[in-house]
Design a protein around this ligand. Structure first.
Ligand SMILES: [Zn+2]
Length: 273
């Protein structure tokens, strides 16, 4: 599933392609969305909230899409052949030069822009790690609401804090030196705040550089390993590295299944607390 940083960068690409442009053709496989809803309107803005993509139009409507596991947005030059079969089409929007096509997304719907904050699905989202006005207090309150839950599961709960997916979850907990099975209620407030600080830094850096490239937080890694140990281009600290040696302490990385059978990778030596 795409993580918050992926959707944030997707929003950025769509914004650069579509903002200020008028929609001159609409192809819809969504029963509730007809061509007339969007034809002739101009794209005002494209943004994200957690893993939700929002495209705002000049007619006061906003297109909300969520890609879940298998959805995608593609950008094409107008008239270019799609790289995905047309039966997977959900919605295609054309400007004079560009066609933005949404394939396979389970959620594609139109909302009134002035009612976005009242929408149950969007309102239920926790504070967005990539939002300028990130509300850490609210995120801490929501994370702590279920004290018996392991921290790894809590971080994936988009109703607590929006934007973290399965890859970043493992990386964040490694950098925070926290055992993924630790119950939220057993983590001191300052340490939990520290986890959020790491999460914001990691997701912000991921947006800046794109996926790939290991996250190095100043002061958090005490031992620097040789380049030859980095492996796989030095991408990630623990994710999908089960059985390989920890890049900080050389202990074999372990993998466990947590809620919904989601995999969690961690170093049993570095992540004790
Ligand atoms: Zn380690």
């Amino acid at each position: 599933m795409p993580e918050g940083d992926t959707i944030y960068r997707l929003a950025d690409r769509l914004r650069r392609a579509l903002a200020g442009q008028a929609i001159i053709e609409v192809k819809s496989a969504v029963a509730e969305i007809r061509e007339g809803h969007l034809l002739g309107s101009t794209v005002v803005d494209v943004g994200s909230r957690g893993k939700n993509l929002l495209i705002g139009f000049s007619n006061g409507l906003t297109l909300h899409s969520h890609l879940m596991m298998h959805g995608a947005w593609h950008l094409y030059a107008r008239g270019e052949r799609w790289r995905m079969p047309s039966f997977r089409l959900r919605l295609a929007l054309s400007t004079e030069t560009t066609e933005a096509v949404c394939f396979g997304a389970p959620i594609v719907r139109l909302l009134r822009t002035d009612r976005l904050d009242a929408d149950p699905r969007l309102r239920a989202l926790g504070p967005d790690l990539l939002s300028d006005g990130f509300d850490a207090e609210e995120a801490l309150r929501r994370l702590s609401a279920d004290p018996d839950r392991p921290i790894a599961d809590a971080l994936l709960d988009q109703h607590a804090v929006a934007g973290i997916g399965n890859v970043l979850k493992s990386e964040i907990l490694f950098l925070a030196k926290l055992d993924p099975r630790t119950k939220v209620g057993a983590i001191e407030a300052a340490a939990l705040r520290g986890v959020l600080d790491v999460a914001r830094e990691v997701i912000t850096r991921t947006v800046a550089r794109g996926r790939g490239g290991r996250f190095v937080l100043p002061g958090r890694v005490t031992r620097v390993t040789s380049q030859s140990m980095l492996g796989r281009g030095g991408e990630l600290w623990v994710y999908e590295r089960r059985g390989e040696r920890c890049l900080a302490c050389a202990t074999p990385i372990e993998m466990i299944r947590q809620a919904d059978a989601r995999s969690t990778y961690f170093c049993p030596a570095c992540q004790r607390g």
